[in-house]
Design a protein around this ligand. Sequence first.
Ligand SMILES: Nc1ncnc2c1ncn2[C@@H]1O[C@H](COP(=O)(O)OP(=O)(O)OP(=O)(O)O)[C@@H](O)[C@H]1O
Ligand SMILES: [Mg+2]
Length: 259
Amino acid sequence: MNTAYDNNEIMIKVDNVRKTFGKKGGVITQVLDGAELEVRRGEFVSLMGASGSGKSTLLYLIGGLDRDFKGDIEICGTNIRKMKEKKLSKTRLGKIGFIFQFYNLVQNLNVEDNILLPSLVAGKTRASLQKDLDEILEITGLTAKRKQMPSKLSGGQQQRVAIARAIISNPEIILADEATGNLDSKSGAEIMDLFRRINQEKGITILQVTHSQKCAQYGTRTVILENGKTIDSDSIIVSSEKETSRAPMQYSFATQRGY
Ligand SMILES: Nc1ncnc2c1ncn2[C@@H]1O[C@H](COP(=O)(O)OP(=O)(O)OP(=O)(O)O)[C@@H](O)[C@H]1O
Ligand SMILES: [Mg+2]
């Protein structure tokens, strides 16, 4: 149960982040241009936006996979810019679980070993992980498939292995980049149910990138990335209720673009 935590604690803070690709003298793409985001403990936030708007880029920066940016990003109150590489990889391993669209499973390892691999690499023993493994196989509905090789699994099952692998290290934050992008709508809904369960029962904070309005609705809040900036969808609804002149355009833009 997600009872004993302070849900005012800011888990992810993105402050005036700017990010360009390209070299001086060549073509420079300004992908993020003053992005701002705060995610509190226990939130399940959906990040949406057009293809190429910078969603994956922002997720990689938050996860410390790319440190070449301007502005500040804090994870659990610590500025990742100020972390040495060793501390950053420790934070990445201990606090953050990544889930990507294309599962990234090791094809010659079975389900169990795929789930355990990062923890074993981080120095934990198989015996110490056994109880957590059993619980996570149960949560993800993979108990019967624990000895199966990835090639024998459906896309949805492979994605569940990737989710199990992300949660076994007991992360505080899950960053998911189009976790259902490769799945049919039924498997996608199952993955979203699983995310909701992980969020509500384990209290894990989730930031997911999605193109699907349906998937976004499983979250507690949606943020849209456009022109390098983030717009909180709550503010869109609030402003439309106040009938400000900007509201109708902002309110409808998510649906107009088919997010
Ligand atoms: N390594 C790179 N070098 C140069 N440009 C890049 C690089 N990575 C991303 N970009 C550019 O940055 C922009 C944002 O890319 P990003 O992958 O973050 O978009 P996205 O919102 O995740 O899109 P999608 O919904 O299609 O996954 C794009 O214009 C892309 O071409
Ligand atoms: Mg992307």
